[in-house]
Design a protein around this ligand. Structure first.
Ligand code: 13P
Length: 337
């Protein structure tokens, strides 16, 4: 085979292809306990392990979810958790042919020497943690670092983000996990879409440079890019066709066709914007599977429907299925409002 030998190579390629399969995308529910607490607070719930369990259980036991969702990214607590009736959360996913994934980064801290930017921690002990996650059933991983346009980005911050992602990707593959490579370019700022394009091209060039230097197998990774949009405070909004044109231009210039899937983050877009933008990107054939890995754009209406009340679980699961189906159709380029 032309695929570089390595104990997990074939499995990595298979896992990545399963996740990047037609009409399916990723349900991201890997909020840290602190971030999950913010979601729960929005519906007046306390941030307890029981409430986090109830919420994640609701999401992962949604009947029919596997038709639209191919993978779900979990936080460590959920990977090792069971439902209230004693079933492993991981088994709820596997029954629906949804691949379990795990957030492995340890979050952002200030980057000294930069322009008030940050870097992502988590490489220490990553190999042994990854092996443990694999044993627990995880088959892919996520590492999210961020790049800020209003703060620069400085050459230092971009290099650090790219190098960290590449080291993480190599370690993940070595332990059987398909790495999702996520340098999130934050929406914050009043910059134009052209500025975002220029920064995104710079960031992805460095990410691929270091991925190659670290001998990462491109057939066994997935990307989680931000869409190329104007800054959130820019005077003009862009329509889905413009966002699709800029985003695909950027990806075609920077991402080799060996990469099986592009799984966008929603980054603060509304549920509808995230769906329409994805639909616009799938109006003509792409070299890679172009799909979603949304957290907020899949969960917002679920939280509103649930409100923490057991009698609303069914309605909340219906809300999740509606968003998942809309994004599935958008992945196929067949969504209509
Ligand atoms: P959003 O879709 O809410 O931006 O989440 C992105 C993410 O990285 C979650 O895994």
């Amino acid at each position: 085979s032309v695929i570089r030998a390595g104990s997990y190579s074939e499995e990595l390629v298979k896992t990545a292809k399963t996740i990047a399969s037609p009409g399916r995308g990723i349900l991201a529910i890997d909020e840290s306990n602190a971030t999950c607490g913010k979601r729960l607070a929005s519906i007046g719930l306390e941030n307890t392990e029981a409430n986090r369990q109830a919420y994640r259980q609701l999401l992962l036991t949604t009947p029919g979810l596997g038709q639209y969702i191919s993978g779900s990214i979990l936080f460590e607590e959920t990977l090792f958790q069971s439902t209230t009736d004693g079933k492993k959360m991981v088994d709820c996913l596997r029954e629906q042919n949804i691949v379990p994934g795990i957030k492995v980064d340890k979050g952002l801290v200030p980057l000294p020497g930069s322009n008030n930017e940050s870097w992502c921690q988590g490489l220490d002990g990553l190999a042994s943690r990854s092996a443990e996650y694999y044993n627990q059933g995880a088959r892919f991983a996520k590492w999210r670092t961020v790049v800020s346009i209003p703060c620069g980005p400085s050459a230092l911050a971009v290099k650090e983000a790219a190098w960290g992602l590449a080291r993480y990707a190599a370690i993940s593959q070595d332990n059987g996990l398909v790495p999702i490579v996520e340098p999130e370019i934050l929406l914050d700022g009043d910059h134009s879409i052209d500025t975002t394009l220029e920064v995104a091209e710079r960031v992805w060039a460095e990410v691929f440079y270091y991925l190659a230097e670290n001998n990462v197998m491109f057939e066994g990774i997935l990307l989680k890019p931000s869409m190329v949009t104007p800054g959130a405070d820019h005077k003009e909004k862009a329509d889905p066709e413009t966002i699709a044109k800029y985003t695909l231009t950027m990806l075609k210039r920077r991402v080799p066709p060996a990469v099986p899937g592009i799984m966008f983050l929603s980054g603060g877009q509304s549920e509808m914007e995230a769906t329409l933008n994805l639909h616009a990107m799938n109006q003509s054939p792409n070299p890679w599977h172009v799909s979603f890995s949304y957290a907020r754009a899949l969960q917002n209406s679920v939280l509103k429907a649930w409100k923490g009340q057991p009698e609303n679980v069914e309605a909340a699961q219906k809300a999740l299925l509606a968003r998942a189906k809309a994004n599935s159709l958008a992945q196929l380029g067949k969504y209509s409002a």
